[in-house]
Design a protein around this ligand. Sequence first.
Ligand SMILES: Nc1ncnc2c1ncn2[C@@H]1O[C@H](COP(=O)(O)OP(=O)(O)OP(=O)(O)O)[C@@H](O)[C@H]1O
Length: 314
Amino acid sequence: MPVIEVEHLRKYYGDVHAVEDVSFSVERGEIFGILGRNGAGKTTSVECVAGLAQRDGGRIAVLGHDPQDGDVALRERLGVQLQRNALPDKLRVGEALELYASFYREPADGDELLALLGLADVRDRAFDALSGGQQQRLSIALALVGRPEVAILDELTTGLDPAARRATWELIGRVRDRGVTIVLVTHFMEEAERLCDRVALIDAGRVVALDTPAGLAARGDREQRIRFRPERPVDRALLTALAPVTSVDRLVGGELIVGGGDGLLLAVVAALAEAGIEPLELRLEQSSLEDAFVALTGAQDAPAAAAGPAEAIA
Ligand SMILES: Nc1ncnc2c1ncn2[C@@H]1O[C@H](COP(=O)(O)OP(=O)(O)OP(=O)(O)O)[C@@H](O)[C@H]1O
C-alpha cells in the first residue's frame, strides 16, 4: 500500500490557482521527486500533504490518515523541512535540536543526528553564525529528529555550493537507507536524476508527467546530439548534406554540436573520416531530463544549464 496517496488535489489562493489537479502516490522507501519550475505549485502541494495548508479539493492520505485532520499520531510520523523554515538568529544548533526533540515522544539521538549531518562541531554555534550549508543541514536534522517514517524536503540544496550539494545528496541517500520514505521538491534536474526513484513533473498546478528520471528523459527531445572538436575546420556543408543531420552548431572554443536522427553517429564519423578530419573528444549526448522538462513544460528557463552558448557556423 502506498505511504502517500494524492488524488486530484486542488488548492486556490483567491484568484491564484496554485494547484489545479495533482495526483501521485509514493511507495514505502522511495525517494519521490516533485519537479517543476518556479510557481508550478510544488510547495503548495507538499504543504497540503504535510497538513500545513488546507486543500480546496481532492483526497490525500499519508500513512492512511488525512493530514488535514491534524492527527497528532501522524505528525509524529512525518518530518517536514520547508523552504520557508527559519529559526531565531541566536538559537544554537544544540538548543534547536533539543527544542524540536521535545515535540516528540521518542526522538532520535541528538548526538547521532548531529554526527550524521556533520554538525557535531557547530553544536554551540548560533543559527545566524552558520554557513548556508550548515543551516540547510540543520533544517534537515530538525525534519528527522522525530524519527519520521516519511520526510518531506523542499528545495533542500537551493543556495548551496556544488560540494555542499553533493554532500547533501549523499546524506539523503543515507537517510533513505535507514528506511525513511522521502518526498523531495526540487528544480534541479541533476538532483532529481541522482536521487529520485520516480519524479512527478508539475506545471501550472498539474502533473504533466510521472515516471523514473530515465523514463522521463526518454520522453524529451528524441534528437541525438554528437559533440566533438574537429582537429581542423570543417566545411559546414559536409555535415548538413548528411541525411540524418538536422542542425550544426559551433560552441565558443570551436567545439561542434551536430544534432539529428537515427544513424547520426555513423554518418558523421564516416564523413569526417573520408575528409581526413579526426573528431577529438567525441561524445554522444543522450536526451536528458532537462530536455524533457523543456519539452513538457515549455519552459525556457529550465534551471540546469545545458551545453552553453551556441553559435551557428556561418
Ligand atoms: N500563501 C499564498 N498566498 C497566495 N498565493 C500563493 C501562496 N502560496 C503560493 N501562492 C502562489 O501559488 C502559486 C504556486 O506557488 P508554489 O510556491 O506552490 O510554487 P512552487 O512550484 O513551489 O514554486 P517555487 O519553485 O518558486 O518555490 C504561485 O503563483 C504562488 O505565487
